[in-house]
Design a protein around this ligand. Sequence first.
Ligand SMILES: *Cc1c(COP(=O)(O)O)cnc(C)c1O
Length: 391
Amino acid sequence: MADELRPETRAVHLPQPSLSGSRPIAVPIYQTSGFAFDDPAVFAEGMGRPDGPFVYGRLSNPTVRSLEEAVAGLEGGVGAVAAASGMGAVNSVLLGLLKPGDHLIAQRALYGGTAVMLADLSRRFGIEVSHVPEDDPEALRAALRPGTRLLYLETIANPMTQVADLPGMCAAAREAGLISVVDNTFASPVLCRPLEHGADIVIHSATKYLSGHADVLGGVAVFASPELHRRVWRFAVELGATADPFAAWLTLRGIQTLPLRMERHCLNTRELALRLDNHPAVAAVHWPGLPSHPSHALARRLLPDFGGVFSFDLVGGRAAGERFMSSIRLALLAPSLGGVETLVLHPATTSHRSLTPEDLARHGIGEGTVRMAVGVEHIEDIWADVARALS
Ligand SMILES: *Cc1c(COP(=O)(O)O)cnc(C)c1O
């Protein structure tokens, strides 16, 4: 047939090479919005399930599915939904599973975007929210109501790095018939696999450690059961929150070095935390690897290492915090975390500026608190920068 085609038609119908006998080493970017079928029955089948044949990019895409299977594999889940951002994953899970009149229980210290979203859920969507400490199953039991449906935790919280009692909290949630959701962004599956501790759903901002290079936004939700997977997938497809193949491809590329990077993030952070803990300009260091941290005992039971984010309080309060921020050179003054570069920020004036002074105090965040997301540079270069900024 091709021989008879006119130029206009030939230009439109491009040849698709068949790979006879070899296959690509890297996962290709399937930059296509849709898929064509030889068999109409297969076409129909792809519309109804997250693991079916590829039909249309908002439902699924081979590059995106490779990412979903990679993260599901790392977390030990049965399936995953990749989203356009971490918040896309958070919203797909919460809005996909809850309805007006439902009640959810979340830990107090939450990622800022999630805290804003939960406030919105109660204000605009009639979904009530209660907050409890991340390590208090009794408080969780006391907060239960007839309409309670879901528990929301973060493995390691920002910026004071409290560690959630995943086994205790998820067990209490299971007894009460709740779905347990854990944001595992700060730990990554290298340090923690929440499904093994009783969680039903794990969420990642893939923008952070999974992709690891500060060049892409993405999110992933991983499921312990095919039923939850199907429900959230269906809603993410409705919402249009699903991931783009190029973003998925960048994230896949990052994941290949995730364990190597996490090892260095943790090593560098340990060294910085220990040195700062002994520095005269520093009043306190908050990292669960230090015996002085309130979560230390729990963290030692739950995690093989303690992550690449920590914070510290400067002796000189706000003025010292601002001086530190303007003196740092190698580390970048920037939001986010999980990339190869070391980043610093001042929570009281940036990530947590919407909190009242009382709320800041309740979270333990001071005027002189600095948060560092430690990169993979040479430790002595990071230290030289920090020590200079402190002096
Ligand atoms: C960044 C982050 C999110 C939101 O992810 P985005 O990719 O920015 O939408 C959610 N949870 C945690 C813990 C985060 O650090």
